[in-house]
Design a protein around this ligand. Structure first.
Ligand code: NAD
Length: 372
C-alpha cells in the first residue's frame, strides 16, 4: 500500500521548504516499522506558475489535490490590493475545507516567553467576514445595500454618507457553526483532549455570534465526556496571554480564529514553528502558518519546521501515527540540541553556526535514521 500525497510547491520560499518537508516525511515513513511509503504528485500554484499558465491556480493542480489522499501546500504570495485573488482562500472554498486546525505546542529550545503551551485552535474557514461579500465605497452596489439596510433596520441606521461607506457582510449559519463545533469536539475526543472553549462576541453581535454561541451550546450537549465553556473574544485574548495553561481546544468563527491563531503561534515562539491544516469531509491541505517570505526566496535560509510539522499532522491524518510520533521526536531533538537549526532559532540572528533550510532537514533525517 502507498499513500498518494500531492505536494504544492508554492512560490517565494515555498519550493525550498516543500523539498525539505518531502524529504523528512519520506524518511519518517521509511524508518518506521509498518508504515507505508508516500507516492508524491508535484503540483504548482502561485506567482511563478502564473506567468506560464496564466492563472496562479491551474485546474491540473486542483485536480491533483482532489485525487490525492492528502496534500501538503507550501506558501503562496497574495499581492496586496491587485493581481489575483488569494489562491489560499480559493482552495479552501472550492474544496470545502471548512476547518482550519492549528496546534500550538512548545518545544524546548524554541525561544519564547512561555513554556509548556499545548493548545489547539480550530477556526471556521468558510463564513464570517471572510466570506468575501463586500461592497466598495462609492459604488452603486454599496449605495443600494446601504439603502436596503436603512429601510429594513428598526434600530441603528448607517449614518455616514453613502459615498464614504464600504460594507462587509458577516454571515454565520446554523449549519456552518454546527459543523465546526462538532469538528472541535470530535478532534478533542480523538486526541484525548479535555475541554473545548467556544469564542464569540455574542454580547454585541446577537444574530451572528449569538447564534454561534447558541449552536455551540447545543452541540456540546452531545459530548458529555468533554468539558465545554465559552469566552468573549477580547477576554479570551487577555486570558491566553495571562493563563494559557487553562485552555485546550479553542473553536472560533473565521476572523477571530485568524487573529487568535497568530496570537497562539506567538506563545510558542512565532510563525516559524507553527503548523496548520485545512480539513474538509473529503480532503485536507496541510500548510505552514507563515507566508511566502519573498525576500528570502532561493537563499536556503529559512526555517522549514512549520511545514515539516504540518507534514507531521498529515501523517496522523493518513493514519501513520507512529511515523508522525517519530518525526515529532526527531524535530524536538534537533531543536533542543540547537546544532542544526536555522538563523531564526539562534539567540543571535547573525550566529555563524546557523545552518540552511536543507541542512536543518538533513539533521532531522539523520535523527530518524538513528545516525545522530
Ligand atoms: P511571511 O510569513 O511570509 O513573512 C513575514 C516574516 O516572517 C518574514 O520576512 C520572515 O522574517 C519571517 N518568516 C516567515 N516564514 C519564515 C520561516 N519559515 N523561517 C524564518 N522566518 C520566516 O508574511 P508576509 O510577509 O506578511 O507575507 C508574504 C506573502 O505570503 C504575502 O503575499 C501573503 O499574502 C502570503 N501568505 C501566504 C500564506 C499561505 O500561503 N498560507 C499565509 C500567510 C501569508
Amino acid at each position: 500500500m502507498t499513500h498518494n500525497v500531492c505536494l504544492v510547491r508554492g512560490d517565494g520560499i515555498g519550493p525550498e521548504i516543500a523539498e525539505a518537508a518531502r524529504r523528512c516525511l519520506d524518511a519518517a515513513v521509511a524508518t518506521t516499522e509498518g508504515a507505508s511509503p508516500l507516492k508524491w504528485t508535484i503540483a504548482e500554484a502561485g506567482v511563478d506558475v502564473m506567468e506560464t499558465a496564466g492563472t496562479p491556480l491551474p485546474n491540473a493542480t486542483i485536480e491533483a489535490i482532489k485525487q490525492a489522499d492528502a496534500c501538503i501546500k507550501a506558501p503562496i504570495t497574495t499581492p496586496v490590493g491587485k493581481g489575483f485573488r488569494s489562491v489560499n482562500v480559493h482552495l479552501r472554498q472550492s474544496l470545502h475545507l471548512y476547518a482550519c486546525l492549528r496546534p500550538c505546542k512548545s518545544y524546548p529550545g524554541v525561544r519564547s516567553r512561555y513554556k509548556d503551551i499545548d493548545l489547539v485552535v480550530v477556526r471556521e474557514n468558510t463564513e464570517d467576514l471572510y466570506a468575501g461579500i463586500e461592497f466598495q465605497h462609492g459604488t452603486e452596489e454599496a449605495g443600494k445595500v446601504i439603502d436596503a439596510i436603512n429601510a429594513l433596520s428598526t434600530g441603528n441606521k448607517i449614518a455616514t454618507s453613502r459615498k464614504n461607506t464600504g460594507i462587509s457582510i458577516k454571515p454565520i449559519s446554523v449549519e456552518g457553526t454546527e459543523r465546526i463545533v462538532r469538528f472541535a469536539f470530535e478532534y478533542a475526543r480523538a486526541n484525548g483532549r479535555k475541554k473545548v472553549t467556544s469564542v464569540h462576541k455574542a454580547n454585541i453581535m446577537k444574530f451572528t455570534d449569538g447564534l454561534w454561541l447558541e449552536v455551540s451550546r447545543e452541540v456540546a450537549k452531545g459530548y458529555n465526556d468533554v468539558e465545554f465553556e465559552d469566552r468573549i473574544v477580547d477576554n479570551m485574548c487577555m486570558q491566553l496571554v495571562q493563563k494559557p495553561e487553562l485552555y485546550d481546544v479553542i473553536v472560533l468563527p473565521n476572523l477571530y480564529g485568524d487573529i487568535l491563531s497568530d496570537l497562539c503561534a506567538g506563545l510558542i515562539g512565532g510563525l516559524g514553528v507553527a503548523p496548520g491544516a485545512n480539513i474538509g469531509d473529503d480532503g485536507a491541505i496541510f500548510e505552514a502558518t507563515h507566508g511566502s517570505a519573498p525576500k528570502y526566496a532561493g537563499l536556503n535560509k529559512v526555517n522549514p519546521l512549520a511545514l515539516i510539522l504540518s507534514g507531521m499532522l498529515m501523517l496522523r491524518y493518513i493514519h501513520e501515527g507512529s511515523a508522525a510520533d517519530r518525526l515529532e521526536q526527531a524535530v524536538a531533538a534537533v531543536i533542543a540540541e540547537s546544532r542544526y537549526v536555522t538563523y531564526d532559532m539562534k539567540p543571535n540572528r547573525d550566529d555563524p553556526t546557523a545552518v540552511g533550510t536543507r541542512e536543518m532537514a538533513d539533521g532531522i533525517i539523520r535523527k530518524l535514521q538513528g545516525k545522530d
